[in-house]
Design a protein around this ligand. Structure first.
Ligand code: GLC
Length: 411
C-alpha cells in the first residue's frame, strides 16, 4: 500500500523522496554500489538514494554509529552493519525489527546462520547482504613448483613455509595480528581449530582453556619462533595491508575474506596463480572459519522505513547478490546462489565456503560484544608482541570478561 502511495505521489507531483544509505567499504566496492543504486533508482523513480560513505575499517564505523545513533539521528535510513553489532544496536533500540517486512519463505531462503546472528530476543533485525568466512589463499604456482599441496594442518603449513619461503625469499603466512577487530577473528579461528572457544553454550567463560593457550602460543610462534609471519604482524597487519603484501608477490599463504579473490583475478601479476582452501587446523581439531559479514538494517528513528525496506529488498535480491558475487566476489547470503552454475565457475571455492558455513565460528552474539572484543584485542595483541605470556594474557581476558558479563547481566 505504502509503495503504491509513493508511486502515486511521484506521478502526481514528480517529486522524489530521499533515502539515506550509510555504508563503509573499499573504493571499488563503493563504485559498484553506486551502479546498483542507479539500477534501483531506475526501477523506483520516486526514490532517490543518497550515499553516506564511511571508512572501511569496522571499528571506525562502529564508533560513528555509536555517536550518531546514540544521538537518535533520524537522517540515516538504511545502514550496512557488521554482524557483531546487531545484538548491541538492537538492545539499544536503534534498529527496526524486520519480521513484519519479510515473509516466512523469503526469510528461509537465507543461509541458516542468519537465524543465529541477526536475531536478538526473537526478533530479526537485519538482512544479510554479504556473508563472509575466513579462507586460506595460497600461491598455486609456487606449491606446484615444489610439488606440494595446500596444508590441512598448521604443522603442514609451517613445514611448507619453511621449505618454500626461504628459497623464494617471501613471507610464509600472512594474517591479521594488529590490535583491532580483525585480530579477534583470527584468534577465534586459531582457537576454534584446536576445539577451543571463548564462551561455552551454557554461557561460561572458557577462554583460559588449555587448547586456547596452545593456539595462542602458535600465533606468537609463527612470528617469533618459526619466523614465517612478518615481525610487524602484531603492529601492522590488517586485511588490506596483508592483502597488499600477498598481491605484491611477498607471501606464500594469506588468511583473508572472499573479496580478495576477485582482486587477485583482476591483477595481471596474480591471475591464475592463486588457489583457495579452508583454513588449517590442529591435528585433533577442525578447520574453523569465523563468520563475518555485513547486513542491511533500518534505523529505528528513520521516517522513511517503507522506502528503506524497498532498497534493502532490492540490494539483497538473488539478482543483485549475484552481480555482487560476480563483480566483487562478495559471498552471497541466499542459499540458492551456492548452486548457481555461473557463480560456481566464477568463484570456484564456493563449495569450500558452503561446507565452512555448516560449522562456522560465531563471535559471541551478545549486546556487550564490543567490550569483549576490546579486551581480546588488547590482551591477545600483548601476547603476540611478547609483552606477556599466553597464559597471562588468557587469564587476564578471563578475569575481565567475567567482570563485563557481571556488569551487563546484573543491571
Ligand atoms: C570483515 C568481516 C567483519 C569483521 C571484519 C574484521 O569485514 O565481514 O564481520 O568484523 O572483517 O575486520
Amino acid at each position: 500500500m505504502v509503495g503504491l502511495w509513493i508511486a502515486y505521489t511521484f506521478f502526481r507531483t514528480g517529486k522524489t523522496d530521499e533515502v539515506v544509505f550509510s555504508i563503509g567499504a573499499g573504493t571499488e566496492e563503493i563504485r559498484f554500489v553506486k551502479k546498483l543504486i542507479e539500477e534501483f533508482e531506475t526501477k523506483h523513480p520516486a526514490i532517490k538514494v543518497v550515499l553516506n560513505v564511511l571508512p572501511a575499517p569496522t571499528d571506525q564505523q562502529h564508533h560513528y554509529y555509536i555517536t550518531t545513533l546514540g544521538a537518535k539521528n533520524k537522517d540515516i535510513d538504511v545502514m550496512r552493519i557488521d554482524t557483531i553489532w546487531i545484538a548491541e544496536f538492537a538492545s539499544a533500540g536503534w534498529l527496526e525489527s524486520l519480521g513484519k517486512y519479510i515473509d516466512k519463505e523469503d526469510r528461509a531462503s537465507f543461509i541458516p546462520v542468519t537465524e543465529k546472528t541477526n536475531v536478538f530476543q526473537d526478533n530479526l533485525y537485519a538482512i544479510p547482504w554479504n556473508a563472509n568466512v575466513g579462507l586460506l589463499y595460497y600461491r598455486k604456482d609456487l606449491l606446484e613448483k615444489y610439488n606440494m599441496h595446500p596444508p590441512n594442518t598448521w604443522e603442514e603449513l609451517i613445514e611448507i613455509c619453511t621449505k618454500i619461503s626461504a628459497s623464494e625469499s617471501i613471507y610464509g603466512y600472512l594474517w591479521q595480528g594488529k590490535q583491532y577487530e580483525g585480530l579477534v577473528c583470527n584468534f577465534v579461528e586459531f582457537i576454534g581449530s584446536n576445539n577451543g572457544g571463548i564462551i561455552d553454550d551454557a554461557g561460561r567463560i572458557i577462554v583460559d582453556a588449555e587448547q586456547n593457550k596452545i593456539a595462542l602460543n602458535l600465533m606468537r610462534d609463527l612470528i617469533w619462533e618459526y619466523r614465517i609471519s612478518p615481525q610487524n604482524t602484531y603492529s601492522e597487519l590488517a586485511e588490506e595491508s596483508s592483502r597488499h603484501l600477498f598481491q605484491q608477490g611477498k607471501g606464500l599463504f594469506l588468511r583473508n575474506w572472499t573479496y580478495v579473490w576477485e582482486l587477485c583475478q583482476k591483477d595481471p601479476s596474480m591471475k591464475g596463480k592463486v588457489g583457495v582452501s579452508q583454513l588449517p587446523k590442529f591435528s585433533d581439531g577442525k578447520p574453523a572459519s569465523v563468520y563475518g559479514g555485513w547486513h542491511l538494517a533500518i534505523n529505528a528513528y528513520s521516517k522513511k522505513k517503507e522506502r528503506a525496506w524497498q532498497l534493502i529488498n532490492f540490494l539483497t535480491s538473488y539478482e543483485t547478490q549475484k552481480e555482487l558475487a560476480i563483480d566483487l566476489s562478495w559471498l552471497p547470503s541466499r542459499k540458492a546462489l551456492y548452486k548457481d552454475p555461473e557463480l560456481l565457475e566464477k568463484l570456484p571455492f564456493l563449495p569450500v565456503v558452503e561446507s565452512a558455513l555448516q560449522d562456522v565460528q560465531i563471535r559471541p552474539n551478545v549486546p556487550y560484544y564490543q567490550w569483549i572484543s576490546d579486551v581480546l584485542q588488547k590482551h591477545v595483541n600483548k601476547a603476540l608482541s611478547n609483552q606477556t605470556s599466553s597464559e597471562e594474557a588468557l587469564s587476564s581476558i578471563k578475569a575481565k570478561l567475567e567482570g563485563i558479563k557481571r556488569d551487563f547481566t546484573e543491571n
